[in-house]
Design a protein around this ligand. Structure first.
Ligand SMILES: C[S@@+](CC[C@H](N)C(=O)[O-])C[C@H]1O[C@@H](n2cnc3c(N)ncnc32)[C@H](O)[C@@H]1O
Length: 580
């Protein structure tokens, strides 16, 4: 007994403020180095390899860390001292003086080659963990020629701090704005525009937003720029209309920065994290700017999505064209088409294109863009991709190929179901989120698709994000099995029934399945959560739940509530899978 007590005393407690010697063994998808420490939990339980996520450290390094946050199954820590002899050779001095304070970039302390290899590894791991693709081979990641000054769009929050209007970027994991001085991933002109607007706000007493009280005048400034045509658009997101002195501010701004050809005033009075409000008007110049990609011109509106890295977008679209090997007989669907960039780029290679996008302004731009580039074989619709694809089928459209380029939450399950039912021969999936890509690929592969190639593209140097282009083809179209594609015969009907059943077995209206959520939590926190817990948290966050999980069997039945710790892990998983 005595022995045991003595031994226990020598083992440090795992608690906030305590310091540990640590070796970093791996890196999370969001750029934290992982250390595993031995210690006692506050109630005395011994942990042999308790995970600590540490910002700014790198795998294979070692040093002294201090715990800053403690949860039941993991801690967060900060690095106090890095051992010099353990510093890895791919560590570099971040070129940006704000790197340690600003949450915009996460990898600037790694050289660019190391960033690329981190992204490829992270993608491969995610495909393995979430998709179950164990031995998948990825093509070489397409890195950027210039990993700095690449962003053509910035969105900067404005806040009131100690009575002054400040603007910048949110500090990592906070809603506190770190004032902008310089930014190495956007053009100097965009940074200067934003700083000039901040100075004018203080001159005219235009107040930055106060999130707690939903008060103030100005919430965000967005700047969009074309490095090819030189045109710049500035969008002011205001809490209300008619804020005093805005006209004077606009006049001074365009005088100082004559490349500004468009100023949009957008009104967002809601308590929300969404940046843009519904209502907006053009207060100077035109309501779009023009950029060029691979020789095509594109009008871009304030609300329209446009890829942020011009040069890498050309690389991305060329890759889609190359792997897709489209031909003049192809009837192509461009799902999630934005302002029509992918469809227009491919229009001369195929017979007909059907393109769909949910944002009205983007579709308006897309239609104008087709005209601007003399493209007449592309049809645009403003709708949800999952709804519109069915409408086209009802009208007799018979797609032979489809490109999907969804937002981070991935494809809607019903869209995947329709694709599977149709056995569209060729599918190019462009993804900006490895987790939802892995989930959707799993569904597609279960539905009879085969992955032919996977190529990561670095659209976002210095950050942990990665874009991926995947080519898939339907097995029945590759193999010699003779299945009538009209599904009029029994064999075809049976195959489709099975595929639909397979997909249905996922039984999730949207997002990750219960096993996927559980696996994510087990992998990250080494903790098991129950389906009931997941259902409780999904319900709490307004995600519609299936009857069987969240409803008590009888009115009187009592169900154990999810603990706070588990709730945090489930919320993390739901965020990871873009379900909240
Ligand atoms: C990643 S962007 C890709 C846009 C375009 N392909 C490009 O390369 O610029 C995703 C687009 O999908 C749109 N979107 C989001 N949900 C959608 C849905 N359910 N149906 C159709 N479009 C949707 C967004 O507005 C956005 O324009």
């Amino acid at each position: 007994m005595e022995e045991f007590v003595r031994e226990k005393k020598e083992i440090p407690y795992i608690k906030v403020g305590n310091k540990f010697k640590a070796e970093f063994v791996s890196m999370t998808h969001d750029g934290y180095a992982v250390a595993r420490i031995k210690g006692l939990m506050p109630k005395g339980e011994l942990k042999e390899a308790f995970p600590v996520f540490v910002d700014l450290a790198l795998p294979k390094e070692a040093g002294i860390i201090e715990l800053t946050e403690l949860k039941a199954s993991y801690a967060k820590g900060k690095i106090l001292k890095l051992f010099n002899d353990k510093k890895v050779d791919y560590r570099v001095e971040p070129a940006c003086p704000n790197f340690y304070d600003c949450g915009g970039c996460q990898l600037m302390h790694m050289n660019y080659d190391a960033q690329l290899s981190f992204k490829k590894t992270m993608l491969k791991e995610t495909l393995r963990k979430i998709g179950g693709f164990d031995d998948i081979v990825l093509n070489k990641i397409r890195g950027a020629e210039n990993p700095n000054y690449y962003r053509n769009k910035v969105q900067v929050p404005f806040q009131l701090q100690k009575g002054k209007t400040v603007c910048g970027f949110f500090k990592s994991n906070t809603h506190i704005v770190s004032p902008i001085t310089t930014c190495l991933i956007q053009s100097d002109e965009m940074t200067e525009i934003v700083k000039f607007i901040r100075n004018l706000c203080n001159e005219f007493r235009i107040k930055g937003y106060d999130e707690l009280n939903n008060s103030g005048d100005i919430r965000h400034v967005l700047v969009k720029e074309s490095t090819i045509t030189g045109e710049i658009m500035v969008v002011f997101v205001m809490t209300r209309e008619n804020v005093a002195h805005m006209d004077e501010l606009y006049a001074k701004l365009v005088k100082r920065h004559p490349k500004i050809v468009s100023i949009i005033e957008n009104i967002n009075s809601q308590v929300t994290n969404t940046i843009l409000g519904e209502k907006q008007k053009c207060v100077f110049g035109k309501n779009y700017i023009v950029d060029k990609l691979n020789g095509f011109s594109f009008k871009i509106g304030a609300k329209s999505f446009y890829q942020v890295n011009h040069d890498q977008t050309e690389v991305l679209y060329n890759l889609v064209k190359k792997v897709g090997k489209f031909d003049k007989e192809d009837i192509l669907v461009d799902a999630y088409c934005g302002i029509g960039t992918i469809g227009i780029t491919l229009a001369n290679d195929v017979k007909e294109i059907y393109a769909v996008e949910i944002v009205e302004e983007a579709i308006k731009n897309a239609k104008e863009n087709a005209k601007l580039n003399n493209i007449s074989n592309i049809h645009f619709e403003c709708n949800k991709a999952e709804v519109q694809l069915k409408k086209w089928l009802d009208k007799g459209v018979k797609p032979t190929a489809i490109v999907v380029d969804p937002p981070r939450k991935g494809c809607d399950l019903s869209l995947l179901k329709t694709i599977i039912e149709l056995q569209i021969q060729k599918l190019v999936y462009v993804s900006c989120d490895p987790a939802t890509l892995a989930r959707d690929l799993k569904t597609l592969v279960n539905g009879g698709y085969e992955i032919s190639s996977i190529t990561p593209v670095d659209m976002f140097p210095q950050t942990t994000h990665v874009e991926t282009v995947v080519l898939l083809s339907h097995k029945s179209n590759n193999s010699k099995v003779n299945v009538n594609l009209n599904f009029d015969n029994e064999k075809g009907k049976k195959l489709i029934k099975k595929v639909v059943e397979d997909v249905d077995s996922r039984k999730e209206p949207e997002g990750a399945s219960y096993p996927e959520i559980k696996e994510y939590i087990l992998n990250k926190y080494n903790v098991k959560v129950s389906s009931l817990n997941i259902a409780q948290i999904k319900t709490k966050y307004g995600i519609i739940e299936r009857e069987c999980y969240n409803k008590p069997k009888s009115e009187n039945s009592r169900q154990p509530n999810c603990t706070k710790e588990k709730e945090e892990m489930i919320v993390d998983a739901l965020k990871h899978f873009k379900m909240i």
